[in-house]
Ligand binder design. Structure first.
Ligand SMILES: CC(C)(COP(=O)(O)OP(=O)(O)OC[C@H]1O[C@@H](n2cnc3c(N)ncnc32)[C@H](O)[C@@H]1OP(=O)(O)O)[C@@H](O)C(=O)NCCC(=O)NCCS
Length: 175
């Protein structure tokens, strides 16, 4: 499945994207926002690409004019979903490589995911979380009509072993 917006193509990840992923995800600021450790090798990035390829709705974000992967955006459904609790709910997540920040790519990718969620999959609620202090991600969600729902204070984040506070935002058929 592919999604398209004015400037972006959201397409399935491919194994050959591992080099682009590594170039961007080796920067610790990306994982710090998302809750993973900086990638340490192309092989590690390849494992993550494989995981994304197995997921139902995780996409490589490719600006049409650049023709290269700049980040990822995904909708987690069913068992993959950690914030939502029923079949008609989903979670979204995303990152954009630092050299490409500030172009509005993340909100544009989120719009495509919301369209998929509400118009195609007929979900009722889409959730998204951001770590306390990640105002960049908070802005992305606010731009797309998400509203604050609750806070998960001092939770142990398994991927990094760190204790974090996560703010959870909700979008209810807001497009
Ligand atoms: C959060 C993130 C996805 C935003 O992506 P983006 O495509 O740059 O989104 P936008 O262009 O809409 O910018 C969002 C905000 O980031 C901030 N920002 C933009 N460019 C920036 C830059 N070069 N340096 C620092 N902050 C910047 C601005 O506050 C902006 O809000 P504004 O448009 O109201 O000024 C991106 O910063 C990122 O991937 N961060 C690391 C991973 C992460 O936090 N993922 C989200 C997990 S919940």
């Amino acid at each position: 499945m592919e999604l398209e917006t004015k400037r972006l193509l959201l397409r399935p990840w491919r194994l050959e994207d591992a080099d682009d992923m590594y170039e961007l995800a080796r920067d610790p600021e990306i994982g710090a926002g998302c809750g993973f450790n900086a990638h340490k090798s192309i092989e590690e990035s390849r494992d993550i690409v494989r995981m994304f390829m197995d997921s139902r709705a995780t996409f490589a974000v490719v600006p049409k004019d650049l023709g290269r992967v700049v980040g990822t955006a995904g909708l987690k459904l069913g068992d993959e979903c950690s914030l939502g609790s029923s079949e008609d709910e989903g979670d979204i997540g995303y990152w954009i490589g630092k050299p490409f920040w500030g172009n509005g790519y993340a909100p544009e990718a989120v719009s495509a995911l919301l369209k998929l969620a509400f118009e195609e999959l007929r979900l009722k609620r889409v959730w998204a979380g951001y770590f306390d202090g990640n105002d960049r991600s908070k802005r992305v969600l606010e731009k797309r009509g998400f509203v604050y729902h609750h806070t998960n204070k001092d939770i142990l984040w398994k991927l990094t072993g760190k204790v974090v506070t996560e703010h959870v935002m909700l979008c209810e058929q807001c497009i």
